[in-house]
Design a protein around this ligand. Structure first.
Ligand code: GSH
Length: 208
């Protein structure tokens, strides 16, 4: 059994979707970020950086408990554990790694900063906001160009690269003026992925 500690944001949603897609049994737990639960020592035994999501697999390798943090690391683990959405082909795996790394290191920080400067910052800083919105659009444009004429991010099948990218398009980008309006290929890909039952279920886990 896997315990999932998460929140209904893009960072959490990709793990919810992966757990639904994989069919692995799990129990979701909401992390109260407003109440500071992530800063407590108990939570930091699951993620030393004090961030959601994290999982605890009570039946990890060798039957031992395994604790994992960082959404993309969790996706790789669940893909290996379930044998799903991560084809055993070095070229495909390398491309999956590249897209997941690029989204984690380019788009996710831009959207995190956009959210902070829009919603949480004590005062408005237009220059900072413009910078991170521009970075978010730069990343979305890259995804859109890549997806032109493609059904999936890598190869001919649905993989963890699609699962990783989906909440960025469905949740994070919805905060931008115009949403995904300027990105037709990304929009088309997102619409197709959104029809998957596991995606719908995963995206609704923990949501109000
Ligand atoms: N790189 C991490 C980012 C996780 C993250 O920033 N999670 C947010 C919630 S969406 C969080 O826990 N924020 C609390 C904080 O930063 O103190 C991942 O992809 O898992």
């Amino acid at each position: 059994m896997i315990d999932l500690y998460s929140v209904p944001t893009a960072n959490g949603q990709r793990v919810h979707v992966m757990l639904e897609e994989s069919g692995l049994p799990y129990t979701p737990h909401f992390v109260d970020l407003v109440g500071g639960e992530h800063l407590e020592l108990e939570f930091q035994t699951k993620n030393p950086f004090g961030r959601a999501p994290a999982i605890v697999d009570r039946d990890g390798p060798g039957g031992q408990e395994l604790r994992i943090f960082e959404g993309h690391a969790i996706l790789f683990y669940l893909a290996e554990k379930s044998g799903k959405f991560y084809p055993n082909d070095l070229g495909i795996r390398t491309e999956i790694h590249a897209w997941i790394s690029a989204i984690s290191s380019n788009l996710s920080p831009a959207f995190a900063a956009q959210f902070w400067f829009t919603v949480l910052a004590p005062e408005r800083n237009q220059m900072a906001l413009d910078r991170f919105v521009a970075e978010a659009h730069r990343g979305l444009k890259t995804l859109d160009t890549h997806l032109e004429g493609r059904a999936y991010f890598v190869g001919d099948d649905y993989t963890i690269a699609d699962i990783h990218a989906y909440p960025v398009a469905a949740t994070s980008a919805s905060r931008l003026d115009g949403g995904l309006g300027a990105y037709p290929s990304l929009l088309k890909w997102m619409a197709a992925i959104s029809e998957r039952e596991a995606v719908q279920k995963g995206m609704s886990i923990l949501a109000e």
